[in-house]
Every structure is written in C-alpha cells, then in structure tokens.
Write a protein that binds this ligand. Structure first.
Ligand SMILES: [Zn+2]
Length: 127
C-alpha cells in the first residue's frame, strides 16, 4: 500500500465506514477523538502513518513513515524521561510552531500503540 492509498483508507475509517480488518483502528481513532479536538486531516494523517507501519525500534522509540507534504521519508518519535512524546520534526523545519501542537508523527505513534493494544484485547474478547 502506498501513502495515497493509506490516506484514502484512513478517510474511510474516520468516516465510520466498516472496513474489514480495520475495526480496531476505528476504535483507536475514537479513543484519539476523545483525547484531542483536531481537524479531520490531523486524524487522517495519523491513521495513514499507522496503516503504512509505525516501527518500534526501541523500548521508547519509533520510526514513523512520511506522507506527501512531509519533508522527510521517516521521522523519529520517542518518549522522553518526563513521559512526553518528542519528534525530530520539532528540531527541523517549522519546529518551533510544531512543538506547541502535537504533530501527526506523534499522533501516528499514539494511534499505532492503541491499535495494537485493541487488536490484542478485542481479539481475546471475541475469540
Ligand atoms: Zn513530528
């Protein structure tokens, strides 16, 4: 799946369309929707990154795929010792303006972790 297909799929999931195999991703989106008040494009980009594959490379460190409109093909997100997510886009272009808002790279990690947990928990509940 390429980035445009992932964005299209993310839009369908966010719209509440039943997409086979992505039921838990919709649940993860709903959790994010409770936590944040963001425009639809913010969720779309976060879900698309999770669909493309957020890769955990350390206990508190993830690689997040870029999307059209990003400057880099990958971003590095980590949990700092104070428990806050950090992204290397903060130290790159437009970092200062992005640091105040939660970037969609971090949101992608949050969605991905919720999605993984829900797949595990709901899989046990329905089996
Ligand atoms: Zn970022």
């Amino acid at each position: 799946m390429d980035a445009r297909q992932a964005l299209a799929l993310a839009r369908r999931v966010i719209a509440g369309e039943p997409v086979k195999g992505y039921e838990e991703l919709y649940a993860a989106f709903l959790e994010m929707r409770v936590l944040f008040n963001k425009p639809p494009s913010w969720y779309e980009r976060a879900l698309a990154r999770a669909i493309l594959g957020v890769r955990q490379v350390g206990e508190r460190h993830w690689f997040v795929p870029g999307l059209p409109g990003d400057y880099y093909p990958f971003y590095s997100v980590w949990l700092s010792v104070d428990g806050r997510y950090k992204c290397d886009c903060h130290s790159r272009s437009f970092g200062r303006s992005r640091e105040k808002a939660i970037c969609t790279h971090i949101a992608g990690v949050m969605v991905s972790r919720r999605w993984r947990r829900l797949k595990r928990d709901l899989g046990i509940a329905t089996s």
